[in-house]
Design a protein around this ligand. Structure first.
Ligand SMILES: Cc1ncc(COP(=O)(O)O)c(C=O)c1O
Length: 393
């Protein structure tokens, strides 16, 4: 009986993407809502237009009520992630003793690169990819070696082998910074693909650091495979966080997880790194992973609806824009090359349609003529977004 009523609650969880009006959202003070003037509709940076999941809001409120705003302690975040990984992905390899808290995913990546390579050592990335991969790697004075994705948005193994060879030939300790699932295409790498990455990495002496921040946001029917779980993945280092799936970027926290053969590397993480994450962030992320499952399921259903809605709207209003809905993330990667708006269609959409999208060229080679649209919003806003885009051409 209790089980049946639980199921009922789960199936009735409200779609978080339908809870907030544009007026309410415009009161927000975060980057998404304050970078552009108020007449611009912002669908660029990866913040979602959702209220906090109830269990997360309750946990944060309770901590504030207790005045519990000190330094983080313990391993609750990693434990919650280990349980989540076992439940959602059938993976029991997230070992708490091989994890560490880090301030956020990007700073965690920088720390992992320092653990397995030296200053100036090359980093392989699969472009087009999340722009900070370039910025954070280069600001650490490391050369970027590009292994472009195939036109289908999947890892191109000939290109990857060539990039590994190039990187290995430069001397030093090469690293592959892998995005899994991939931002901006929403590609979910398969177990076979990840095993092939591991096989090639071993062959060319490349270490793999994997950004799995979008892992909880994978559509029903598609399997997310943790890189550390595939054959050969044991010397990988992964960054995970609840921040994208539950919209917690302002509540800083993430974890680094080492495969068994990378445990000694992670053990060398300087202690000061663990001072970066916020205690309230860890409280929020832990509550999300433990108790935010029904909310996440409702979100995933809403995102599926939005992917279908976006495909239909583009078909009706901008038929020459090509959109292949990905199975992961809440980002749409739109090929606008046939619109005749040049290499930077986002600039034209902003100027003539008053809509802010991410510039495809910022994602590296292969991004020219594309825009990234954040579909983590309401169907009404998504509809208005395509109307504005169409008005710009
Ligand atoms: C692939 C990827 N990695 C990292 C981040 C940023 O994560 P954090 O805020 O934890 O650094 C994002 C944000 O959108 C992302 O898409």
């Amino acid at each position: 009986m209790a089980h049946a009523s639980n199921d009922l609650v789960v199936s009735l969880a409200a779609n978080p993407l339908r809870q907030l009006s544009l007026e309410q959202l415009r009161e927000r003070t975060s980057m998404k809502w304050r970078t552009y003037p108020a007449d611009v509709l912002p669908l660029w940076v990866a913040e979602m237009d959702v209220p906090l999941a109830d269990p997360v809001a309750r946990a944060v409120h309770a901590a504030v009520d207790r005045g519990d705003t000190g330094y983080p302690a313990g391993t609750a975040y990693a434990e919650a992630f280990a349980d989540f990984a076992a439940r959602r992905w059938g993976w029991d390899g997230l070992a708490v003793e091989r994890s560490a808290i880090v301030p956020d995913v990007m700073l965690g990546i920088v720390e992992m690169l320092k653990l397995v390579s030296g200053p100036g050592d090359p980093v392989v990335i699969n472009c087009p990819v999340y722009p900070p991969f370039y910025q954070f790697v280069r600001s650490d004075r490391r050369p970027v070696v590009e292994a472009p994705l195939s036109t289908a948005g999947r890892i191109d193994f000939a290109a990857l082998a060539a990039a590994y060879q190039d990187a290995a030939g430069r001397g030093g300790l090469p690293v592959h910074l892998l995005c899994s699932p991939h931002n901006p295409t929403g590609t979910v790498h398969t177990a076979d693909e990840l095993s092939e990455v591991a096989r090639l990495a071993r062959r060319y002496g490349v270490r793999v650091v994997v950004d799995e921040i979008h892992a909880p946001i994978v559509a029903d029917g598609t399997r997310f495979v943790p890189y550390l779980s595939v054959p050969g993945g044991a010397n990988g280092l992964s960054l995970m966080s609840a921040s994208k799936a539950w919209n917690l970027a302002g509540l800083k926290a993430a974890i680094a997880v080492a495969g068994p053969a990378a445990a000694d590397d992670l053990a060398r993480l300087p202690e000061e790194v663990s001072h970066g994450p916020s205690h309230l962030g860890i409280v929020a992320h832990t509550a999300a992973l433990r108790d935010g499952g029904a909310w996440l399921d409702a979100l995933l259903t809403g995102l599926d609806e939005n992917r279908r809605l976006l495909a239909g709207l583009l078909h009706d209003h901008l038929p020459s824009v090509r959109y292949r809905p990905g199975a992961a993330t809440y980002l749409g990667w739109l090929d606008c090359r046939e619109l005749g708006l040049g290499d930077d269609p986002a600039a034209a959409f902003l100027k003539h349609g008053r809509i802010a999208l991410s510039h495809g060229a910022d994602f590296g080679p292969g991004g020219e003529g594309f825009v990234r649209l954040n579909l983590g919003t309401s169907p009404e806003i998504l509809t208005e977004a395509v109307r504005r885009m169409a008005s710009a051409v």
